[in-house]
Design a protein around this ligand. Structure first.
Ligand SMILES: Cc1cc2nc3c(=O)[nH]c(=O)nc-3n(C[C@H](O)[C@H](O)[C@H](O)COP(=O)(O)OP(=O)(O)OC[C@H]3O[C@@H](n4cnc5c(N)ncnc54)[C@H](O)[C@@H]3O)c2cc1C
Ligand code: HEM
Length: 389
């Protein structure tokens, strides 16, 4: 794709997305057009379209932003295409999505900006996206969905549950990847979750789930999941993970359930003979928000390449926390607790120029940490995180 075509797509998209509430308005208009002109696709989508309405549009904009980086874009689209098999999406549906998105864009861009050349540029960009997703889906031989039966649930914090599931067949994912899950009480509301253990031949998998206030799916998982529940799981996604034989040292920064994909990678590394040095910063608001310290402590004690530093914004538990008057007990494998905002704490060590960096947590935590690290001199190309949608 030539640079003029890319520039035309970017300019028109930015003109729409930069407006106040632009992406949200675009998503609303896109779905209105899609469901009116192609009513047969309505059933793929959840009944309640209020939450996460803009994920599909955000993903398309994420892809359009990377049209000139095929080595990043194509694997991302191929994974999405394989994952979209869970919806039963057929090639014709991609035309419906492309036509509806273009119509929605056209409304906002106005006829003056939407020239024939712009129209052709969008056709070309959307064709690359659709062809890559369709091609990868057609070639894939793994199942479109796995079934996982909940075999254990454990509340580790108020509002944070560890769940273990037995898959109907093993899934090959790289430690650090995520996948989408659908629970029985929330049909068609797929949400991303990150396995907290590496893939294994027995098909055992673990998730750490935090209930988000007012969240459709996470609060149902934390509040209602019972042993025996059957979940559906889509194909693995994401590019976090430590390549074998890498010599680059690593820096990992995780908050809340962001620990899950980091711990899965550390567990996978612990099975290797040699590893580069890894420093993990694990964060929470209060000391009582830190969880899974036993596992991290054991990993650090038995693997000299690993350093783990707990970080909390406050040095004391909140007054209403009554489970124990104590802070987290001392763990010999962990560095002493540091107090401060995690991005600031990590950046206070310098630019970490010799490290590959992974940041995992809520979108705002990822953005703030990345911002602080870049201000301290860390190169963007050394920082990795999952897409924030
Ligand atoms: C790559 C990736 C991996 C993820 N892995 C995990 C995981 O391992 N464990 C886990 O518990 N969650 C994980 N999440 C978040 C998860 O996918 C859901 O977004 C989250 O559980 C909220 O879903 P919901 O249906 O409860 O909320 P929704 O009903 O979709 O949203 C309700 C409200 O909560 C807000 N909201 C949505 N997500 C978050 C969030 N993460 N933090 C704060 N506010 C939010 C929304 O903006 C909205 O206002 C991951 C997300 C991504 C993108
Ligand atoms: C054009 C390329 C497309 C891209 C880049 C894309 C990307 C995405 C992404 C990232 C999500 C969010 C979560 C998930 O993966 O489940 C999503 C959701 C979804 N997509 Fe796509 N998609 C595309 C095309 C399609 C098509 C053709 C269909 C079929 C009509 C479709 C149906 C869906 C459905 C049903 C959801 C769930 C929406 C929700 O949970 O609210 N997508 N898409």
């Amino acid at each position: 794709m030539d640079s003029r075509t890319v520039a035309l797509i970017r300019t028109t998209f930015k003109a729409v997305a930069a407006e106040e509430g632009g992406p949200e308005k675009l998503a609303r208009s896109f779905y209105a057009i899609l469901f009116t002109d192609y009513p047969q696709v309505r059933d793929f989508f959840p009944a309640a379209m209020d939450a996460q309405r803009d994920r599909l549009v955000k993903a398309i904009s994420y892809a359009l932003d990377r049209l000139e980086e095929p080595n990043k874009l194509l694997p991302f689209l191929a994974q999405l295409g394989r994952d979209h098999r869970k919806y039963g999406v057929q090639p014709a549906h991609y035309t419906a999505v492309a036509v509806s998105l273009k119509s929605a864009m056209q409304v906002y861009a106005g006829t003056e900006m939407w020239t024939d050349e712009v129209d052709r540029a969008w056709d070309e960009g959307l064709k690359i996206i659709a062809d890559t997703m369709i091609g990868a889906a057609e070639k894939e031989t793994t199942p479109p969905v796995w079934t996982g039966t909940v075999v254990e649930r454990r509340e580790v914090l108020r509002n944070l549950t560890v769940l273990r599931l037995q898959l109907d067949q093993p899934m090959q994912y790289a430690a650090g990847q995520y996948l989408s899950v659908q629970i029985p009480s929330r049909p068609r509301m797929w949400r991303y979750m990150s396995p907290a253990v590496p893939a294994n031949a027995n098909g055992e998998i673990e998730f750490h789930v935090r209930g988000v206030l007012g969240g459709w799916v996470s609060s149902a998982i934390v509040g209602q999941t019972a042993v025996g529940d059957q979940w559906l799981l889509g194909s693995p996604l994401g590019g976090l993970g430590i390549p074998r034989n890498t010599k680059r040292k690593m820096l990992m920064v995780g908050c809340g359930t962001g620990i899950a994909p980091l711990r899965a990678q550390l567990m996978a590394m612990a099975q290797r003979r040699t590893n580069p040095k890894v420093h993990l910063f694990v964060g929470g608001h209060h000391p009582c928000d830190l969880y899974d310290l036993d596992t991290l402590n054991s990993l650090a004690v038995s693997n000299r390449w690993l350093t783990v530093t707990p970080v909390t914004e406050h040095d004391e538990n909140p007054w209403w926390y009554t489970d124990s008057g104590e802070l987290a007990p001392a763990y010999p494998g962990l560095e002493p607790l540091v107090t401060g905002q995690i991005g600031r704490v990590v950046a206070s060590f310098g630019a970490w120029a010799d490290r590959d960096v992974q940041i995992v947590g809520s979108p705002s935590m990822v953005q703030t940490t990345k911002f602080r690290m870049m201000a301290a001199g860390t190169l963007t190309k050394n920082i990795r995180h999952d897409p924030l949608f």
